[in-house]
Unconditional design. Sequence first.
Lengths: 566, 385
Amino acid sequence: MSFKKVFRSWKIWLLIACFIMAVVAIWPNPLADGVAIRSVIKDSAASTAGFVNPKPTTTPMGREVVHSINNIPIKNSDDYARATSVLRPNMTMVIKTSASTYRLVVKPQLETVVLNETELVNVTESSYNSTTNQTINITTLRMVNKTLQKVTGVEDIGLRVYNAPTSNIRMGLDLQGGSRVILRPETVLAQDDLDSLVENMKQRLNVYGLSDLTVRQTKDLEGKDFIIVEIAGATDEEVKDLLSKQGKFEGKIGNDTIFKGGADIKHVCKTADCSRIVNCGKTSSGGYSCTFSFAITLSPEAAQRQADRSKDLSVQIDNGEGFLNESLDLYLDDEKVDSLRIGEGLKGRAETEISISGSGTGLTQQEAMTDATDNMKRLQTILITGSLPVKLIIEDTNNVSPVLGSEFIQNTLFVGLMAMIFVILAIVIRYRKIIVSVPVAITLVSEVVILLGFAAIIGWNIDLIAIAAIIIAIGTGVDSQIVIIDEISGKHQEEATGWKDKIKNAFFIIMVSYFTMVVAMLPLLSAGAGLLKGFAITTILGVSIGVFITRPAFAVIAENLLRHDD
Amino acid sequence: MHLFVKCADEIVRFIKMRLILADIDCIMSEHTGHSDNEHNGGGRRHNFFLELYGKHYKSLLIISILLLAFSFAVIGHKYITTGDFVSRGVSLTGGLSMTLKASNSSTMTSDELQSYLMQVFPKADITVRTFGDSSNQKFSIEASGVNDTVFIEALKPKFPDLTDADFANDKQTIGPTFGASFFTQTLKAIFIAFLFMSIVIFLYFGDSIRDKWIASILTIISAFLMFYATSTILYIIALVLFVVCIVIYIRDSIPAFGIVLCAFSDIFFSLAVFNLFDYKLSIAGVAAFLMLVGYSIDTDILLSVRVLKRRGGTIFDRTVDALRTGLTMSVCALIAVLVAYIFTHSIVIKEIMFILLVGLIGDIIFTWIQNAGILRWHLEGKGWK
């Protein structure tokens, strides 16, 4: 075996170069521990402390990783869960990450209880004067109900985490856990509208607090448009709730629309001082119900519309207070969800501060509070981002838990390894020469590594079906090598063909197989909303790497290895 | 089932032959005077199988054609009795699919769970399978025509160990129109893949340039029609065009036709066995059938190239020579697939590997008996030896 000859061939160097590039791209670190930050919830204790959402383009190994909390080392998500379960309101946490150190103050969870007593309080209201085009603040003395703020626990510190990644290979949802939802617009949209729909959806999901997500458009063979939303670490329920409703929010007096969610709303309060759970109580059916309320600021134009509409209304006295005879009705997706009585002081006056309330229910008070908080968040999101231009129909949802995902990964690694070992064993038994197994093993391993390297570079997600494709590539990648070995060491004394011819023969066979495989995979790239696209691309990439990079190199090695046999 | 046993018999016989033929080295080296033989005994046994393969290739060819006909019969039977030529899982019909861990204390079987669920939901279509080893047993449940939440509630008493989150662990819901349209699209994809694969083979092995042009144009038209077709007329035209191509292949290049027929047989054989085991096809399964198209070609191309382009020895010698290489290839692929099938915990991968396993075993027969037989018959007819 002449090593010098082997290393003089450019094909070998190409293989080595690709292999090294792949390893660098993958950047494996099996000893990595800690928990990586997936997203930071807005207006939470974490975001106040300075944590920022990771950019979606960051590589998995480039993510910020939490290593210790209050000097207790955090190795995995169990440690993190334990460390964040013993929180007290207003306590300080020192969180050390791979990027820097943060001091976080835990926020208490508050419940406002409305008491029956009243008190005199200075209330500042801003009012828009349409004639002078100015917003003035008027402070008046008002009788309001006394409220008591009760501390009912701690607010979630606002970090979504997952076990730190050990390599740059992005894994599909069935391996890392998460959900995928495929939606179809109810009416056919033009491309521009589709683009803005996707933007709107991304915004809605981001505002809600989910950021490790991809939203992409795809078409199937029948020309139907689909939108695929993939979120790691979230459940499909959250996504369905957010996206299945258009989120058309309108405030109307009678039949006239005063304001709509989105453009007409300048600000939605999400901080604790003006958005919170107001109170909880038992319902008649035995469960609990909690009400929430948050303040929104209308745009001056919307406030003016309200003033114009209300100035001609008459006043009715009810319980000593004056109200206008028509209310401000709030509609969500054409269903009335609330009705606000307009105080007589607002007649003809442009009022920009409006308070929106709603409720949540549950079997226990805790459940009701969680439900109310979720409903509040959703409503806030809809008001901020406005309505989706069209109704979306949910076609397919897929949910895999992270625990299950990591089980799959381990099992798959095991299976891949076993497949490789047994195949190499078969080669050794067949050719009864251990030395033959060396180049075969090198080639097999390089093919898989280079393929994964490619996947890491282009940010491609590896899912279960793609892994099936890789395992089969192991079995059949060997096929071409067998063809090469047999051609080279073939016992055909009658033919005075040179080495070049033999290898040409072998490659003829390989190339025909290659083209038929590529061509067989092409239709899958757009069939069925692109669900098998990952599989098709992995297969095409895999065989291409084999044909153009690893097998030529293998031929060189085999040639030098087996030549002296003749 | 009687016929099925007969096929299993065939398969076992040929695997035995492969093991014996591994000692073909011996015989071949005796022919060509090479010095690599470590096996000298058992000459008589070798010769018997070799004789069978060499002298009676026509009868063996008939047997492989019968196998193909049997596959058609199984699939046809399925179509007549159920209106569909394969059972479809929920990912292709719409519905709910989930995987749940078996409760440690219960010894419930998949049949018991299935009958319980069918009692609660008499109108729904429900399938339950178990997989995994005894310490980590899982149930894979597919149901169409049920309401998600009601279904999960019905499952809860049978899985007392699981929390609510566990029920959402590995869950998939597919809208019915989506699932059905996906199925038609993958059928189209398989057809188009077949079209393209055949034309590539023909371009390599065909003789007449004129025929190659005609076939290519017909293929492209047929692919376009199939891709964009919405009415039945267009489908039929696409199919007719494909048949015309096949006729061209037969007239111009029997070797090319032999290869296409082999790929065709592999898929149908695998589909028939799939039906015999009463499995339900999923999206992953469709991917597996497409993989089969590509991988089965390897061995056929090897056979054809060796037989057509080599000059030494008889056709039979060259066939057997190709057989050595080809069987090694098939066995290696089979090993990879078998290992994956046995050790994987994922039902998706298991389904893919099953289809490939059956397809690859079928490929051994259809390449080395059917394709080789066709080649030899055709070449001897042309006067080759």
